[in-house]
Design a protein around this ligand. Structure first.
Ligand SMILES: [Cu+2]
Length: 307
């Protein structure tokens, strides 16, 4: 049983999953279904979403009730503040105390309903989502599903990003230091622990970001980003340094939101950067979910943006 108490040695951290050239896991070769109206619907009526997050279909939170009856509410269109069209993922350093506690509250709620534990176990499974071109698109869907689960409790909560490219954020976010959840998965109980390295070590890991951002092909961009990604996991240490348990730490989501943000920034940057990962066949399927690489090309279509 892999718990955070059995910490792995650095050589097993984020390097032990095979390259995407390996034969795909059987049973995940289903083609994705066409979207309704050719447009991705990220409302809770999305069948793909309900299949991916069955708890959403069975839970009856305040948010679920309001959503179900929203058309019966007078002037429901004025409720955009409550259910914004795009989730605004903000820099963690800019969050108010209320925004921080609402994020942690929503995190704890999806731990309590079992969704988080299921997501953690899926991350442990081998979906060829690391050390290859699938890292960014696979985790884009993974974060999207996590955020949708948060919305079941707090429709206004979006995943904060930890912008470790900023020198003033090159340390572990202080407001999270005391947040050490115990996460139950269908198979395990994970007690989150950390042992962050020094600020200087983090700064030196991050020093490779500008070079990565200047690359003009997806592969040459994603390769150094992949390395920086893993190094930050190891720098945080403890639970974060072990891919079989890392999503139990809330900072996992904030770290990956920043990677996702950098990818989006790179994609919309210099002409020539608008490259999508060259994934074909089962590689392009973000298993175990029925989303494909093409579903990951627009963050607005997935329902969020970075501010
Ligand atoms: Cu990661």
């Amino acid at each position: 049983m892999a718990t955070s108490k059995q910490r792995r040695t650095p050589d097993t951290k984020f390097t032990r999953e095979p390259q995407h050239k390996d034969s795909p896991k059987p049973g995940h070769g289903k083609p994705t279904e066409p979207d309704h109206n050719g447009k991705h619907d990220h409302s809770h009526g999305d069948e793909r979403l309900l299949r991916s997050l069955p708890t959403l279909a069975t839970s009856m939170t305040f948010a679920t009730m309001v959503r179900a009856n929203i058309r019966a509410i007078p002037n429901w269109r004025d409720l955009a503040w409550l259910f914004p069209v795009l989730c605004h993922r903000k820099d963690q350093a800019t969050l108010t105390d209320t925004e921080r506690s609402r994020f942690i509250c929503a995190f704890n709620m999806i731990e309590a309903d079992g969704t988080l534990g299921q997501l953690v176990d899926i991350h442990q499974d081998m979906h060829m989502q690391h050390t290859n071109a699938r890292l960014l698109p696979w985790h884009r869907i993974y974060l999207y599903l996590f955020e949708e689960a948060l919305h079941n409790y707090h429709p206004d909560v979006c995943i904060p990003y930890w912008d470790w490219t900023q020198p003033e954020q090159q340390h572990f976010p202080a407001w999270l230091a005391g947040v050490l959840p115990i996460v139950n998965t269908p198979t395990r109980t994970i007690s989150v622990v950390r042992s962050p390295g020094s600020d200087a070590q983090l700064a030196s890991i991050i020093a490779g970001v500008p070079t990565a951002m200047s690359r003009t092909t997806y592969d040459t961009f994603t390769s150094p980003i992949n390395g920086i990604h893993g190094s930050v996991h190891v720098w945080v240490g403890g639970t974060m340094s072990d891919a079989s348990v890392s999503p139990a730490d809330p900072v996992f989501w904030m770290h990956h939101a920043n990677l996702d943000r950098l990818w989006w920034q790179w994609y919309n940057g210099a002409p020539g950067n608008h490259q999508n990962p060259a994934l074909v066949g089962s590689e392009a399927l973000m298993d175990p979910w029925p989303y494909s690489e093409t579903d990951t090309r627009s963050i607005q279509t997935l329902g969020y943006t970075y501010v």
